[in-house]
Design a protein around this ligand. Structure first.
Ligand code: AMP
Ligand code: GLY
Length: 421
C-alpha cells in the first residue's frame, strides 16, 4: 500500500494517513472524496454511512469498497430486523417481543421477568439499550424512546427481551460472502464504571487474549451463529460482505447472539490490530477479489489491552476543549500505542473534542503484563476531567486464575433455548 487517506480522521491517524475533511452524513461528499484521491479501495469505519447505503453508492459507480450493502447493514440498522432474522434462521438469541406503539410495549413488558432489556429499533450510538432491573426503569425506557423521543425516530419501535447472563464476547469476522476470516476474540467493557457498574457506554476498554474462547467455543460460534447468519443473508437476497461483529453472551446454555454490528468494534479494534501480524491491506485486497477463503491471517500470541480515557460528562454531555499532555511519554514506553478518538490539534496543542478521547493500548507477553503496561501508559496522560476504568482485563485475569485451580466436576450443559431450530 502506497497511499493512505482518512476522512475525516483525527489528530492521531493524521500521523499515518493524510486526513481529508468530509461530512460523513453526506454520502455524495464521501463518494467525491474517494474519486478525488483515486481510491483503489475504501474501507468504511462507522455504521451510519453503511446503514445509509454508502456501499451501494460506491458500487453503482464501480468503486471498490469494504462493507455490507444497505440491505445487509439492516443487521445493525434495525434491531427488529436482526431479531426476526435470527428467529427465521434458528440463531440462538434471547426471547423477545416487538412493539410498534407505547401501549403494546407496556403490554409486552408485562410478559417478561426482571431484569428485562428494552432496545430501540434504530441506530442510537450506544444509547438505545437499557437493561432494566425494575418495572419502573423499563417503563421509563419505553417512555423515553417512544413518547419523549429522546433518540428521535430510532425509538419509534422497540424490542423487549429476556436479559441473558454470562460473559460477553465480541467476535468479529471478515467475510467476502464465501470465505470467513475470524479475527482474534475480544472482550469489551461497556459499563462506565469498574465492576460493570453505571450506565452503558460505547465501550470503556477492551482486551484480546486467546483464553477468552476455547477452541470448541470458537467453533461453536462459527457453526451456530456466524455461518447461519451469512447463509441466511445470502438466502434472503442480501449477501453479506465486510466486517461482521457478533456481540455474544456466553450463557450456561451456550453462546447467544445479543447484537450485530456491521463494522469492526470500538474499542475492540485497537487490541485486535495490535495483535495482527499480517498486512491488513493484503486481507482487504483478498476480500475485494473474493479470495478470502484462500488466505490466513497471522496473529501474535501476545495479549493486548486498550484502556479508554474519557472526558468529564461522558456518556452524557462530555466537556470538550481541554489540553491533553503526556501522550508522547506514554508511547515512548514501548509496546504502547495510543489510538485517538475525540482529538484535534490547535496551536500545536492536542485538545479533547468528544466523549471518548484516547485508547491507550499495550501488548505484552502475558495478560498481567499487558494490563500493567497499558495502565503505565495511562498514568502518563493527563487532561482536565479525564476518567477511565481501572479494571480493564480483570475478567481475563480471573479466568486465568480459575483455570489454574484444581478442576471441579462441571454441571451438565442445559438445553439450548427454543429459538434454536
Ligand atoms: P449495543 O451493542 O451498544 O447495542 O449494547 C448492547 C449491550 O447491552 C450489550 O453489549 C449488553 O451489555 C447489553 N445487552 C443487550 N441485550 C442484552 C440481553 N438480552 N441480555 C443482557 N444484556 C444485554
Ligand atoms: N464496542 C462496541 C461497539 O463498537 O459497538
Amino acid at each position: 500500500m502506497e497511499e493512505l487517506y482518512c476522512a475525516p480522521g483525527n489528530a492521531g491517524i493524521a500521523q499515518e494517513a493524510e486526513c481529508l475533511p468530509v461530512d460523513l452524513s453526506q454520502p455524495k461528499a464521501i463518494l467525491e472524496v474517494a474519486k478525488q484521491v483515486h481510491a483503489d479501495l475504501t474501507v468504511v469505519g462507522p455504521e451510519a454511512p453503511l446503514v445509509a447505503g454508502i456501499v451501494d453508492d460506491f458500487e453503482k459507480e464501480g468503486l471498490a469498497i469494504v462493507g455490507p450493502s444497505k440491505a445487509a447493514a439492516r443487521l445493525e440498522g434495525s434491531k427488529i430486523f436482526a431479531k426476526e432474522f435470527m428467529q427465521r434462521h434458528g440463531i440462538p438469541t434471547a426471547r423477545f417481543a416487538v412493539a410498534e406503539n407505547f401501549g403494546d410495549a407496556l403490554k409486552a413488558l408485562a410478559l417478561f421477568p426482571l431484569p428485562v432489556v428494552v432496545k430501540a429499533d434504530g441506530l442510537a450510538a450506544g444509547k438505545g439499550v437499557v437493561v432494566a432491573h425494575s418495572r419502573e426503569e423499563a417503563e421509563q425506557a419505553i417512555d423515553d424512546f417512544m413518547r419523549r423521543k429522546t433518540i428521535g425516530s430510532a425509538g419509534d419501535r422497540v424490542v423487549i427481551e429476556d436479559c441473558l447472563t454470562g460473559e460477553e464476547t465480541s467476535f468479529i469476522v471478515l467475510t467476502d460472502g464465501r470465505g470467513i476470516l475470524p479475527l482474534v476474540p475480544t472482550q469489551d467493557h461497556k459499563a462506565l464504571l469498574d465492576e460493570d457498574r453505571g450506565p452503558n457506554t460505547g465501550g470503556m476498554g477492551a482486551y484480546s487474549d486467546d483464553s477468552i474462547l476455547s477452541e470448541s467455543l470458537h467453533d461453536d460460534i462459527l457453526r451456530s451463529i456466524v455461518a447461519p447468519t451469512l447463509a441466511g443473508m445470502e438466502m434472503e437476497g442480501a449477501p453479506y460482505r465486510g466486517f461482521l461483529y457478533c456481540g455474544l453472551m456466553l450463557t450456561a446454555a451456550g453462546p447467544m447472539q445479543l447484537e450485530y454490528n456491521v463494522r469492526m468494534g470500538d474499542p475492540e479494534t485497537q487490541p485486535i490490530l495490535m495483535r495482527l501480524r499480517s498486512d491488513l491491506a493484503d486481507l482487504l485486497q483478498a476480500l475485494r477479489e473474493g479470495q478470502l477463503a484462500a488466505v490466513d491471517a497471522h496473529w501474535s500470541p501476545n495479549p493486548a489491552v486498550c484502556v479508554v480515557l474519557a472526558s468529564q460528562g461522558y456518556p452524557g454531555k462530555p466537556e470538550v476543549g481541554n489540553v491533553i499532555t503526556g501522550y508522547e511519554a506514554a508511547e515512548a514506553l514501548g509496546g504502547v500505542k495510543i489510538f485517538h478518538a475525540g482529538t484535534r490539534v490547535e496551536d500545536h496543542q492536542l485538545l479533547t473534542t468528544g466523549g471518548r478521547v484516547l485508547g491507550v493500548t499495550a501488548v505484552a507477553e502475558d495478560l498481567p503484563s499487558a494490563i500493567q503496561r497499558a495502565y503505565a501508559g495511562v498514568s502518563k496522560v493527563q487532561f482536565q476531567g479525564m476518567h477511565y476504568r481501572t479494571d480493564i482485563g480483570a475478567k481475563g485475569l480471573r479466568r486465568l486464575s480459575s483455570a489454574r485451580e484444581p478442576k471441579r466436576p462441571r454441571a451438565p450443559r442445559g438445553e439450548r433455548p427454543s429459538s434454536r431450530k
